[in-house]
Design a protein around this ligand. Structure first.
Ligand SMILES: [Cu+2]
Length: 152
C-alpha cells in the first residue's frame, strides 16, 4: 500500500513538473550562434572560419560568438565597416563591439568561451544602426577568417 502511494505521489509530481515546464514562456529574443573554428573542407584544406560567415538579424537579437578550435581567435570589428553617422561614431562602436578591445578577462578567446553582443539599443549600451557590421580575426584575417552581421 505504501509503495503504491509513493508511486502515485511520484506520478503526480511528474505531471505537475510537466505542466510547469510547458507553461514557461520562452523569451522571444533570438540568439544567433557563430562558431569560430578550424575545419577541413571538401577539398581537404584546413580553414579558419566564422560559421556561418554572414548572418542577418533583427533588432533586439543577440549574436554569440562561440570559440571552438584553432585559436587564438578574436572578434574584431572594422572601424570603417560598421554603421554610424560619423567616422568617430563608427570607430567608437567598432571598439565597443570588439572582444579584444575589452580585454576582459583576456585578449584572445579560449576554447569553449562565448562572447555575446546584444543588438538592442538599451540605455547605457551602444547605439546600433541598421546596416552591415563587418569583423575579422586578428591572427587569421589574411587566411579569410572574416564575417558579417547585417542588422535589418
Ligand atoms: Cu582566428
Amino acid at each position: 500500500m505504501f509503495k503504491k502511494l509513493v508511486f502515485l505521489v511520484m506520478a503526480v509530481n511528474l505531471q505537475i513538473n510537466n505542466i510547469y515546464t510547458s507553461e514557461i514562456v520562452a523569451p522571444k529574443i533570438k540568439e544567433h550562434i557563430i562558431e569560430m573554428k578550424l575545419f577541413q573542407n571538401e577539398e581537404e584544406e584546413w580553414k579558419w572560419v566564422y560559421f556561418p560567415k554572414h548572418i542577418t538579424i533583427s533588432w533586439g537579437d543577440k549574436v554569440s560568438f562561440l570559440m571552438r578550435s584553432g585559436g587564438p581567435h578574436t572578434v574584431t570589428f572594422y572601424p570603417n565597416k560598421v554603421p554610424g553617422k560619423t567616422v568617430e561614431e563608427k570607430k567608437s562602436l567598432a571598439k565597443i563591439l570588439s572582444k579584444n578591445e575589452r580585454e576582459e578577462p583576456h585578449y584572445f578567446m579560449v576554447e569553449g568561451e562565448k562572447y555575446t553582443i546584444d543588438f538592442s539599443n538599451k540605455k547605457g549600451g551602444p547605439k546600433f544602426y541598421k546596416g552591415k557590421y563587418e569583423y575579422f580575426c586578428l591572427p587569421h584575417e589574411q587566411m579569410g577568417m572574416t564575417g558579417s552581421i547585417t542588422l535589418k
